[in-house]
Design a protein around this ligand. Structure first.
Ligand SMILES: NC(=O)c1ccc[n+]([C@@H]2O[C@H](COP(=O)([O-])OP(=O)(O)OC[C@H]3O[C@@H](n4cnc5c(N)ncnc54)[C@H](O)[C@@H]3O)[C@@H](O)[C@H]2O)c1
Length: 259
């Protein structure tokens, strides 16, 4: 029941990129709140670790499915396997993404191959999960789609990752289209725009203390975000507490874009 104890009781969630970082933290928090969790990741070791941690704490409520979100057959299989195991699907959390600062730079420098691969993971992955996930949400009587953008989709930066930025920008438009199309099925679609979050994705870029400090100084709340900061927002969007929210963009960045 809304606002009480376990906020996702009897819900089934499919979370991509749940082996590490924000996806992993959300998988753990969702399980703590009563959800069954389908942990999807390309990295088998990481995905299995997430499932193992959940099983140790809350029992047999998580399943690992391995695959590449940029490959249609993989996504179809991962969703089918998860639905077979847990019977239904209510939450699609399209979290998997890549930020390749070394290979994804300005349009004048990026190769077509790198551009296409970033788009395949960050944008086409969400297309595929929606293609196979939405029919399952409809069968369940509705659900919540959580897409993951970035503050990079809202601002330009002097050191660009143009494929990343374009993929995240496209997700904003896709989210609104999904919200309108599927509202009649009681399916909501919203997008989260994280700021700089301390996850494996950022680890190698913030390993240098000077770079880390410079990032921190650029954030009004004077700290990096944590996976838990984002997981709490995702928990709200996944739960019925947000049942009147759809088509929304939620910035969660310590005030970075408000400056
Ligand atoms: N960390 C940040 O500062 C930040 C900021 C804004 C937005 N984001 C977005 O948040 C989301 C999560 O980021 P994170 O920081 O937790 O990243 P992360 O790199 O720490 O974790 C990403 C997970 O996705 C998995 N993954 C990568 N490619 C995949 C593929 N092709 N198929 C399936 N799984 C795949 C990885 O194995 C990993 O477990 C991403 O969409 C990212 O773009 C992150």
């Amino acid at each position: 029941m809304v606002g009480q104890g376990k906020r996702l009781q009897d819900k089934v969630a499919f979370i991509t990129g749940a082996g590490m970082g924000q996806g992993r933290e959300a998988a753990i928090l969702f399980a703590e709140h009563g959800a069954k969790v389908i942990v999807a990741d390309i990295n088998a070791e990481a995905g299995q670790e997430t499932v193992e941690e959940i099983r140790q704490r809350w029992g047999d409520v998580a399943l690992f499915v391995q695959g590449d979100v940029g490959v249609e057959q993989d996504v179809q299989r991962m969703i089918a396997t998860g639905v077979q195991r847990f019977g239904r699907l209510h939450i699609l959390y399209n979290n998997a993404g890549v930020l390749w600062k070394d290979r994804d730079r300005s349009v004048t420098e990026t190769t077509e191959e790198n551009w296409d691969r970033v788009m395949a993971i960050n944008l086409k992955g969400t297309f595929f999960t929606c293609k196979y996930g939405i029919p399952e949400l409809i069968k369940s009587g509705g659900g919540s789609i959580i897409n993951v953008g970035s503050v990079s989709a809202l601002l330009g930066f002097e050191l660009p990752q143009d494929a990343y930025t374009a993929s995240k920008g496209a997700l904003i438009s896709l989210t609104k289209s999904l919200a309108i199309q599927f509202a009649r099925y009681n399916i909501r679609a919203n997008i989260i725009h994280p700021g700089i979050i301390d996850t494996p994705m950022q680890a190698k870029y913030i390993a240098d203390p000077q770079v880390r400090d410079a990032f921190i100084r650029s954030i009004p709340l004077r700290r990096l975000g944590t996976p838990r900061d984002i997981a709490y927002l995702a928990l709200y969007l996944a739960s019925d507490e947000s049942s009147y929210m759809t088509g929304a963009e939620l910035v969660i960045d310590g005030g970075f874009t408000a400056q």
